[in-house]
Design a protein around this ligand. Structure first.
Ligand code: FES
Length: 267
């Protein structure tokens, strides 16, 4: 059968034959991600109210240098340039931020919502050329697998923060004792949601699944692959829940530290 080439007309930006409300999803992504970016940037530059007793905000953990008791290597080092703004969060947030920025799910979401490239399927876009992720600058998205290694380390550190959040220091005796506060539960949920997001990462599937174009025959790898697939099926859900909750966790610790909220002890 002979084929015929038909030239499709290029639609101008925003033009489409779709009759559904295709613009709702990119708009919600724009508002959700935009709100998180504004809040997290503001919180990261504050440098204060990021811990409350045994709780530390996930935006500031690990606290490599800083003034809180959670700091690993003490206060801001003397060699830090006076002209350069200092906040413990700015030393570390590039790692989880880079992990989210290069995530396969978020790429698809913000390419549409922020770059309109295209705004939605079969909707006209503002650019005439498509370079894709095989050329600069989007080829840089391939560093995602390296951000994954860092994200896994962060999960371990945040789990340790949960452990610390179970031990409350008595201000009069200085003794610490086991307990459970609402803040402990907030931190636990944060680790669960971040783990669900991280363990469903596409790059982790490649890492545990086997070799190039071939699944591993090892039972351990097969089980790990099935487990990652299980989280991966709802990767978008984990991505949004963990994004919301990590921001809320910072807000919870911040408002407790400022004396606006009271952290109720359950045990
Ligand atoms: Fe989303 Fe890796 S693909 S975290």
């Amino acid at each position: 059968m002979n084929g015929t080439d038909v030239a499709l007309p290029r639609r101008s930006f925003g033009r489409t034959m779709r009759t559904d409300v295709w613009w709702v999803q990119p708009l919600l992504v724009f508002l959700g991600l935009g709100t998180f970016i504004v809040y997290s940037t503001w919180a990261a530059f504050q440098g204060t109210h990021y811990y409350f007793g045994n709780y530390v905000s996930p935006f500031y953990s690990p606290e490599i240098f800083g003034d809180s008791p959670h700091s690993w290597f003490g206060p801001k080092p003397g060699w830090w340039p006076a002209w350069l703004i200092f906040s413990p969060a700015l030393l570390i947030l590039w790692a989880p931020g880079g992990f989210r920025l290069t995530c396969y799910y978020y790429r698809g979401a913000y390419y549409k919502a922020f770059w309109a490239d295209p705004p939605a399927c079969t909707v006209g876009e503002p650019r005439k050329i498509y370079l894709g992720e095989r050329s600069f600058p989007l080829i840089m998205q391939n560093v995602h697998r390296y951000f994954l290694y860092l994200a896994l380390i962060f999960i371990l550190i945040l789990t340790y923060d949960v452990w610390k959040a179970l031990w409350f220091v008595d201000v009069t005796s200085g003794r610490s004792s086991f307990g459970l506060g609402v803040g402990t539960i907030v931190l636990v949920i944060n680790v669960i949601l971040l783990s669900g997001y991280t363990f469903g990462c596409h790059s982790l599937r490649h890492l545990v699944g086997g070799f190039l174009d071939q699944l591993s025959k090892s039972p351990t790898c097969s089980r790990a692959y099935a487990c990652v697939n299980c989280f991966n099926r709802r990767h978008m859900m984990w991505a949004w829940l963990s994004l919301f909750w990590v921001g809320f966790t910072d807000l919870y610790v911040r408002l407790c530290s400022m004396g606006v909220w009271t952290d109720w002890k359950i045990l």
